[in-house]
Ligand binder design. Structure first.
Ligand code: 3PY
Ligand code: MG
Length: 254
């Protein structure tokens, strides 16, 4: 895939996975033909700035588009990820139109935003600084997560912010957030997801969701952008499934 942003904005079906293991080897291992892109999880995993850069090198070697889920919407991590050469960012817990506008400001160079221009890996250490500063808006994929009840209520405003390429639902956080809503006003998780979908459909915005595994993939056909699983959970699933097939072999032969 040449341009992940183009695929996302065209709402082409894409399936990626999170990478939580802070090592380039895990990125290389994820570079198989059923993975369209990877997303390094710098929100929950212990991926530091330097390691992220080495992981981006590994992704580039395999021509695997890489996003970084940053810890929050502040300018630091968004700029670091993009300067290091990530094709885009996924920003958690975006709850309001203002939050979404803050993400846009941090992710794009002027005139659309206020991203700092500097010498870093993403600009071939300055050799392509001018070209990058002029054209980054064509390649920088900006994805915001809606994963709180406040975010659901503001989904239409968030989805309409220019510069946002996709809205990505975090169902774990969303389910947790709904517990803080008084029962009489609390939507079900399914209803909250449907409200976000409706807002994105009306705005013509790409929509995505996280699923821990492939088991209910058929349910999400209206969600072009899927992140299914993480390297660590696939590791556990592989061990579990190998152990259980071993056990059943043993019980039939022992
Ligand atoms: C969530 O489910 O909260 C997520 O952010 C998925 O990674
Ligand atoms: Mg989350």
């Amino acid at each position: 895939m040449k341009n992940l942003k183009e695929a996302v904005t065209n709402r082409a079906p894409l399936v990626g996975c999170f990478v939580s293991i802070p090592h380039p080897a895990s990125v290389e291992a994820c570079a198989i033909d059923c993975v369209d892109f990877v997303c390094f999880d710098a929100e929950h995993a212990s991926i530091g700035r330097e390691t992220m850069e080495h992981m981006l090198r590994a992704a580039d070697c395999r021509q695997l588009p890489a996003l970084v889920r940053v810890p929050d919407a502040t300018t630091g991590w968004i700029g670091w990820a993009l300067d290091a050469g990530a094709q885009g960012v996924v920003v958690p817990r975006v709850e309001t139109e203002d939050d979404a506008r803050q993400v846009v400001r941090a992710a794009y160079f002027a005139p659309r935003g206020q991203r700092g221009v500097g010498i870093a890996r993403g600009s071939s250490y300055g050799a392509q600084l001018r070209t990058i500063a002029q054209s980054a808006h064509e390649r920088t994929c900006v994805i915001v997560q809606i994963e709180t009840f406040t975010g659901v209520r503001n989904a239409a405003c968030i989805a309409n912010v220019p510069g946002i390429d996709a809205v990505f639902i975090g169902p774990f956080d969303l389910a947790q957030s709904l517990l803080a809503v008084p029962e009489s006003e609390r939507p079900s998780l399914d209803d909250a997801i449907a409200a976000i979908k409706k807002a994105c459909d009306v705005a013509g915005r790409c929509l995505g969701i996280f699923r821990p595994d492939d088991s209910d993939r058929h349910k999400w056909s209206g969600f072009p952008l899927l992140i299914i699983g993480t390297d660590v959970t696939f590791l556990q699933m592989g061990i579990r499934s190998s152990r259980s097939s071993q056990r059943s072999k043993c019980s039939s032969t022992c």
